[in-house]
Design a protein around this ligand. Structure first.
Ligand code: AMP
Ligand code: MG
Length: 351
């Protein structure tokens, strides 16, 4: 049985937080809201509890977890040492959607780091996460609270859809505001490298650390520079094809394929800017879901995973998704997640 407890995202009830913190300290699994996506927490120094995360999610042991702490003082319990940049980055970006990869401390079990010598750590800003971490008083390992390789959860309903009966508790604190996972910055390499783009953008990081570089795109068969950078991730069950290119050409290619595939009997879901949806309805799509940058990239990022989940269901055979034209800033995080949701099915539509 998974217990679901609702609490205010701005003034979380102390008794509810205490109950969840006790569950964590006792080795239980508690899903909780963060500003990025919902996390599935376990006591990070308890190897048995950490292994339960991998079981509940069906996550391979080779994919390391992010450890969450309440404040910078708790970093010492996680990392063996902190390079001087940590203080400057913490001052600017913590609490917030930035994860730092640091040398691992001895109290963190190998299960957390996929056997590696480094640990990823973050201080989340969400007040429920903050309150829970403070009450627990221990570092909390927490990957996204979804089944492995599926779209991340941005509300408690998504968590229950994937994990009901597999975890002890869900704290329902409403919708995640950022909607995509944290930026992961590796400080153990020279130069420091962004392993996963997120809401703390490359441009923002360079204001503090000018040397930061993005992770270079690797050929799909090249070995990954670190665990957990799988090319198929965040994917709906129905295969998703991503259409990239300038809007008119991209739209024409999507419409052409929508007509061809639906005429052939395929039940299609379309993810595209709201203004285009009527045309896809007319082209025979079974389901149309708005997803585009018209209200700004922050709104698009917050809506991304709910849109991927809304497009997906057993009645849908394939999903066609409109890519972003924009690059840089938050667009890089959205492009990264859409590309992985497509697991390589990316069509570049040039005129
Ligand atoms: P999540 O599923 O949101 O918890 O994200 C975990 C991701 O953080 C992994 O898939 C990796 O991309 C990254 N990560 C975690 N720990 C490390 C580490 N020690 N070194 C490099 N990347 C890491
Ligand atoms: Mg995840």
């Amino acid at each position: 049985m998974t217990i679901c407890l609702t609490l205010s995202p701005v003034a979380p009830d102390a008794a509810t937080i205490a109950r969840a913190a006790t569950c964590l300290r006792d080795g239980g699994l508690v899903a909780f809201p963060t500003e990025t996506v919902y996390g599935l927490g376990a006591h990070a120094c308890d190897a048995v509890a950490v292994r339960r995360i991998f079981e509940a999610k069906g996550r391979p042991a080779s994919d390391p977890l992010i450890v969450h702490v309440a404040d910078v003082a708790q970093l010492g319990a996680v990392a063996s040492h902190c390079p001087p940049e940590v203080a400057r980055l913490a001052e600017r970006f913590w609490p917030g959607p930035l994860t730092l990869v640091l040398p691992k401390g001895p109290s963190i079990p190998d299960d957390v780091t996929a056997g590696g010598p480094t640990v990823a750590v973050r201080i989340p800003a969400h007040l429920v996460a903050q309150a829970l971490l403070r009450a627990a008083g221990v570092p909390v390992a927490a990957p996204s609270a979804n089944l492995f390789s599926r779209p991340s959860p941005t509300c408690a309903g998504h968590v229950l859809h994937d994990l009901d009966g597999r975890i002890d508790m869900v704290l329902d604190g409403g919708d995640a505001s950022v909607g995509v996972e944290s930026t992961v910055l590796d400080l153990t390499t020279t130069p420091p490298c962004v392993l996963r783009p997120g809401a703390v953008t490359l441009e923002m990081l360079r204001e503090v650390l000018p040397a930061v570089v993005p992770r270079l795109a690797t050929a799909s068969d090249a070995p990954l520079p670190s665990p957990g950078l799988l090319d198929r991730h965040y994917s709906p069950r129905a295969p998703l094809s991503l259409y990239q290119g300038l809007a008119p050409t991209r739209r024409a290619a999507m419409l052409r394929d929508a007509v061809r595939l639906s005429t052939g009997g395929m039940r299609l879901a379309i993810l595209a800017p709201a203004a285009e949806l009527a045309a896809f309805d007319a082209a025979g799509a079974t389901r149309v879901v708005p997803l585009g940058p018209e209200q700004g990239l922050a709104v698009m990022a917050a809506a991304l995973y709910a849109a991927l989940r809304a497009a997906d269901s057993p009645e849908i055979d394939a999903i066609l998704a409109a890519g972003l034209e924009e690059t840089g800033g938050l667009a890089d995080a959205i492009r990264d997640r859409l590309r992985r949701a497509a697991a390589g099915r990316v069509l570049t539509c040039d005129s």
